[in-house]
Design a protein around this ligand. Structure first.
Ligand SMILES: [Zn+2]
Length: 223
């Protein structure tokens, strides 16, 4: 893409991913316009089942065009294991809203949203294991729920991941920030690890409990 602005010529790679269908390809440029140091362009996706238009924003810096993001479309959802989907928690919808906010460069809002999604995930997971805890933990602080409900050895890693995700999430929600070296990507990575760990623990319990040895029975039949 070539952009002429204030007597200078800038060039950069075309966007290669459609913000609607997320197929990677070579979209067609429809039109571009520059205004107050920002270049907006409209593209048409080439994927035959999509063909939608999407808008990109580039900031015109000293010597280059810097891709900032898409102004429409929907961010690509991460893959959620069945263990997480079956919780029927507001975790997923809250996470996706946060992802959309982040996609619009609303990173302060997104950070708070990810922290909220984590709270839904943790509380709904605990309730799914023991419905009697429902009314008790709904009003509890997230840190208290984590500290009271993940005490077994097999949940040791999960507990530590949850604590760290909560610390980073709190940094994005409260006035003071305590973990300067970590950002929103680290919080998302921790949430992904939490999701994977919950799925792994649940699957392990299911298979260990439901597949019983047949060899004992056979051996008793032997003469
Ligand atoms: Zn598309």
């Amino acid at each position: 893409m070539i952009v002429d602005y204030n007597g200078k010529r800038y060039s950069t790679e075309n966007p290669c991913e459609c913000s609607h269908c997320h197929k990677v390809g070579e979209p067609n440029l429809v039109i571009g316009v520059s205004h107050m140091g920002i270049h907006y362009s409209i593209w048409t996706c080439n994927w035959r089942e999509c063909r939608l238009n999407f808008i990109t924003r580039h900031d015109i810096m000293d010597e280059q065009l810097v891709f900032i993001g898409y102004l429409d479309g929907t961010p690509q959802s991460p893959f959620w294991p069945e263990t997480i989907v079956s919780l029927k928690s507001k975790f997923i919808v809250t996470y996706l809203q946060s992802l959309k906010a982040e996609n619009l460069n609303l990173d302060e809002i997104a950070g708070m949203g990810y922290r909220k999604s984590l709270e839904y995930l943790v509380k709904d997971y605990v309730i799914s294991r023991d419905i009697s805890l429902s009314s008790k933990i709904q009003n509890q602080k997230l840190s208290v729920v984590i500290s009271n409900n993940f005490k077994s050895d097999k949940e040791s890693d999960l507990k530590q991941l949850l604590e760290r995700a909560t610390w980073l999430g709190n940094d994005m929600t409260h006035y003071l920030k305590y973990h300067d070296n970590f950002n929103i990507d680290d919080l998302k990575q921790l949430i992904k690890l939490v999701v994977d760990e919950i799925h792994s623990i649940t699957q392990k319990i299911y298979y260990i409990e439901n597949i019983q040895s047949k060899y004992t029975k056979k051996s008793t039949n032997q003469p």
